[in-house]
Design a protein around this ligand. Structure first.
Ligand code: HEC
Ligand code: HEC
Length: 290
């Protein structure tokens, strides 16, 4: 048997070690980029960061017909944030709307859409959230009217309106369509604003994307109906709108949507925007005002 010199082993070990390191560094960078995309699309920063406050240390008061929510601190601070959470805890919160202590969350936190998110996307999102600087800041308790202030009451709501689910691709549609459907229904949670709600605050999916007015939020019909929806908008119009907030008639997006575009949708890769557009244009048109 010919024995190779020891140095060969040495170099082999060092070399494979280097390769392994490079592969890990490569993966984690891609993972973080993916996590950041989901983060912007999910509007996490949008709700959990106050106007001039530190990133994710708690959001501006969120006014709803049920009272005012104070979106909590979700920085990695172990005491006032979610620094002690495992990936399993985060997955359970986003997919099932249940806290690590087994308490149900209010659907003002759009877990009703995030439930569709894929395992690998939740891994990426957790990796990204772990990179945010920890901030020690306790947010106030929500200020809700009776009976909504009783968290236990949410079990009934969940029983009526929520089932944890996973995105089911439609094999009859293209990969791009399925990507768009996933982004819109899951992490993008577009229906949380654009789909009307019933009197108990649950989404009325029979009128999906037909527009919704809740308090000061006036989200238009985004189905392809030519009169009430966006049927007259071309693919280029939609792409331009998602990149800049400019509408085909020269108007700019107002309030909420402008923020969502600036901080979220406009940062997505063009192929994701095209996927979103293909899906929106394939929705059943609904001829109704919000
Ligand atoms: C529309 C506003 C909104 C958006 C968008 C939103 N959240 Fe929240 N989130 C809330 C509110 C409100 C609560 C508090 C719910 C409760 O107390 O039941 C919450 C709770 C949470 C909690 C539980 C924290 C705790 O201490 O128990 C986590 C974790 C969380 N959100 C993460 C996220 C992530 C990650 C995203 C983006 C993918 C996101 N949120 C997007 C409003 C939002
Ligand atoms: C937090 C609430 C909210 C979310 C989430 C949201 N939107 Fe909007 N959207 C609005 C509001 C409000 C407007 C109206 C803005 C205006 O008229 O300037 C709007 C406007 C639009 C318009 C223009 C429609 C028109 O007729 O002018 C499109 C298209 C649109 N949204 C698509 C989306 C898509 C796609 C998503 C998900 C990726 C999404 N929106 C998520 C609130 C929201």
């Amino acid at each position: 048997m010919i024995r190779p010199p020891l140095s060969t082993f040495f170099y082999a070990i060092v070399f494979s070690g280097l390769l392994g390191f490079q592969a890990r560094a490569g993966t984690s960078e891609a993972l973080l980029a993916r996590g950041e995309n989901l983060f912007v699309l999910g509007g996490c920063g949008h709700c959990h960061t106050a106007e001039d406050g530190p990133m994710l240390a708690g959001g501006d008061p969120l006014k709803t017909p049920f009272g005012t929510f104070y979106p909590p601190n979700i920085t990695p601070d172990p005491e006032t944030g979610i620094g002690n959470w495992s990936e399993k805890d985060l997955t359970r919160a986003l997919r099932e709307g249940i806290s690590p202590h087994g308490q149900p969350y209010y659907p003002a936190f759009p877990f009703t859409s995030f439930t569709l998110m894929k395992d690998e996307d939740l891994t990426a999102l957790k990796a990204y959230l772990d990179t945010v600087p920890p901030i020690r800041h306790q947010t106030p308790a929500h200020d809700l009217s009776f009976p909504f202030n009783v968290r236990r009451g949410l079990w009934g709501w969940r029983w009526l309106f929520f089932r944890p689910a996973r995105f089911q691709p439609d094999p009859m549609r293209s990969g791009q369509w399925n990507r768009g459907a996933y982004l819109v229904q899951g992490p993008g949670h577009c229906g949380e604003c654009h789909t009307p709600r019933n009197w108990m605050g649950a989404l009325d999916r029979s009128r999906a994307y037909a527009g919704s007015v809740v308090g000061e939020l006036n989200a238009p019909n985004i189905t392809p109906d030519p009169e009430y929806g966006i049927g007259e908008w071309s693919e280029t119009d939609l792409l331009y709108f998602f990149e800049t907030g400019m509408k085909p008639d020269g108007d700019t997006a107002s309030d909420e949507m402008a923020k969502i575009i600036r901080k979220g949708i406009s940062k997505l890769p063009e192929k994701d925007l095209r996927a979103i557009i293909e899906y929106l244009q394939s929705l059943p048109p609904i001829a109704a005002e919000p």
